[in-house]
Design a protein around this ligand. Structure first.
Ligand code: AGP
Length: 609
């Protein structure tokens, strides 16, 4: 997510804004900037890269003011660059804005502004349209201009604007992106997040959806969407800065587990047109391209590879094309069968994993069409792909990937639906059924998160186990690999995943009385076989935690515990089945006092071979 900081009042705006931006660095960003009204116009300084790059270009002493806005950007539209960084200004530098979120109808607005007002755009971003909209509506009243601009915009946004002609006022507006106002003495702040303010204030107003805020050095006025002033209780922040970055969660991993409903919703809903069709922005494959593929490779590492295991079954089922999933470090050295009729899908949260990047280059060299599923906009994997399909999970800070995984799965479903509907291998009824199920996922994930204490209790009960198995069939098999990786990488327990049907071919020899086994049984058509597999290991004394859909209770007879996920069609159950496994791994690691966000020996992005 992007970070916003605005300051108005007595004192050095530049210094306070930079301080605030630095407290937002944990959110992940790729560029930073600041805007200050100086000598009757807005001066903007911005730079790609870290805040220290920005500090270098704003070092000059005269560049200061008692009001200003700053921003750290997490790119969604337009690669990281100086010109795409925020703040954005209008053409005569009388207005500047910073924005967090996505303006869904920015193209339409941009074309209108160019056609009707001859606006010359500088950046590739959606956000720049906001500065120009406010600029054309501005007639000396910034609040009125912002309100008019907002009427034209669709999407999610937290925006803060300043005007050269009103250098004592900031106007901010919030819709589906966080915003807080910091209450000072002789000064006031606006920010995306509480950590940005904690050095200077402990009292804030939490701005609610569709509210607009006018801040001067001595006043903060909040308006609702009808333009009425609202009275807001003061929120006293008791957190320390470190806790505030995690928004009260003990670890980034738990925060990111809880961000999954939003990430799934962002990754999915922004790609659904009003007629229900899927708009795969960033993908230029034609019908002919899609029909020309006689093979698909999904290549990745770690959790991303596990998303590929699900993607294989989903894309094969929907698009009826052979899909091979490969670990990137293996793919690149086995002289794979790749040619111009091959679709190569790279999955990578960071977009910088060297093994995945090298595999992508090998596939390109052999003529494949490359589509990447990436979370970091403008990353190396994204830049070197023919098409990029972004997950909009927001920055993932914890080394153990959670929200990136579930949003990668959403991309697998959307690619499968897109290819299947293009090729005619799925009918409209099935297409709509899957789409409806995907839309219901955020709510169902929330329902599982509400049962967190139940999973925490299981973790407390079993956290001393030194070996844990994860088994499943079909889609559950891929999810069991992900559940196993989550546990081993943050709790250091030796966990092991295997296709349930494979157990009897050797691994069952490891089953001892009290061996702990997670048995995933969410695939209706394989349910009976899973129950049989569980009976086999139960007969050897194992302790079994089943994961099953609500209503499928037969497995209770052979399990010691069962965690139920909401009903859903088999295809989409991986998005739900993985949640209890993530939470279990988290609380086991917590019980074992492990360094959950930064596990030993691990890096968030493995940029070496
Ligand atoms: C997953 O929890 C791990 N952090 C790791 O396996 C990770 O998924 C893998 O290194 C791939 O990273 P990427 O998605 O950034 O390419």
């Amino acid at each position: 997510m992007c970070g916003i900081v605005g300051f108005v009042g007595s004192g050095n705006a530049k210094e306070k804004i930079i301080d605030g931006l630095k407290r937002l660095e944990y959110r992940g960003y790729d560029s930073a900037g600041i805007a200050l009204p100086i000598d009757g116009k807005i001066e903007i300084r911005k730079h790609v890269g870290e805040i220290k790059n920005l500090e270098k270009i704003i070092g000059e002493a005269e560049f200061d003011s008692s009001i200003g806005i700053g921003h750290t950007r997490w790119a969604t539209h337009g690669a990281p660059s100086d010109v795409n960084s925020h703040p954005h200004g209008n053409m005569d530098s009388s207005i500047a804005i910073v924005h967090n979120g996505i303006i869904e109808n920015y193209q339409e607005i941009k074309e209108w502004l160019i056609k009707e007002y001859g606006i010359v755009f500088k950046s590739e971003t959606d956000s720049e349209v906001i500065a120009h909209l406010i600029g054309i509506f501005y007639d000396g009243d910034l609040l009125a201009a912002v309100n008019k601009a907002v009427e034209e915009m669709r999407g999610a946004y937290a925006v803060c604007a300043i005007a050269a002609d009103e250098p004592d006022k900031m106007v901010a507006v919030r819709k589906d992106a966080p915003l807080v106002a910091g209450i000072g003495k002789g000064f006031n702040f606006i920010a995306s997040d509480i950590p940005a303010l904690l050095k200077y204030v402990r009292q804030v107003y939490l701005i609610e959806n569709n509210e607009t805020v006018v801040l001067t050095k001595d006043d903060i006025v909040i308006y609702n969407e009808n333009g009425d002033k609202v009275k807001r209780d003061v929120f006293n922040v008791t957190w320390d800065a470190d806790a505030a970055e995690k928004e009260g969660y003990d670890h980034f991993m738990l925060k990111e587990i809880h961000e999954q409903p939003k990430g799934i919703s962002e990754t999915l809903l922004r790609r659904l047109e009003e007629d229900g069709s899927v708009n795969l922005d960033g993908i230029s494959m034609t019908k002919e391209d899609i029909e020309s593929f006689n093979k698909v490779y999904i290549v990745a590492c770690g959790t991303a590879y596990h998303a590929g295991l699900v993607g294989k079954l989903v894309i094969e089922k929907m698009a009826r094309v052979p899909v091979e999933v490969d670990i990137a470090s293996e793919f690149r050295y086995r002289d794979p069968f790749v040619d111009e009729n091959t679709l190569f899908i790279a999955i990578s949260q960071s977009g910088e994993t060297l093994d995945t990047l090298a595999a992508l280059r090998e596939a390109k060299r052999k003529g494949a069409r490359v589509l990447s599923v990436v979370n970091v906009v403008g990353s190396s994997v994204a830049r070197e792909s023919d098409d990029v399909f972004y997950t909009w999970a927001g920055p993932e800070i914890a080394v153990a990937s959670t929200k990136a995984y579930t949003t990668q799965l959403i991309c697998m479903y959307l690619i499968g639906l897109y290819m299947g509907s293009t090729k005619g291998t799925i009918d409209k009824e099935y297409y709509n059924k899957v789409l409806d199920e995907l839309k219901a996922l955020p709510g169902k994930v929330e329902a599982i998160l509400d049962k967190e204490p139940e999973i925490e209790a299981l973790a407390k009960k079993y956290h001393r186990k030194e070996q844990v198995f994860y088994i499943g069939r079909g889609l559950d098999s891929g999810v069991s690999y992900e559940g196993s990786l989550k546990l081993k990488e943050i709790s250091y327990i030796n966990s092991f995943a295997i296709a349930a049907g494979e157990l009897k071919h050797g691994t069952i020899a490891l089953m001892e009385p009290d061996t702990l086994v997670f048995a995933l049984a969410t695939q209706d058509f394989l349910y009976e076989k899973m129950v049989s597999n569980v009976e086999e290991i139960r007969a050897r004394g194992a302790r079994i935690i089943g994961v099953s859909k609500e209503g499928k209770t037969e497995i209770e007879k052979v399990c010691d515990e069962v965690f139920y996920i909401p009903q859903c069609i088999d295809e989409v159950s991986p998005v739900l089945a993985v949640i209890p496994l993530q939470i279990f791994a988290y609380y086991v690691a917590k019980e074992r006092n492990c360094n959950i966000d930064k596990p030993k020996n691990l890096a968030k992005s493995v940029t070496v071979e």
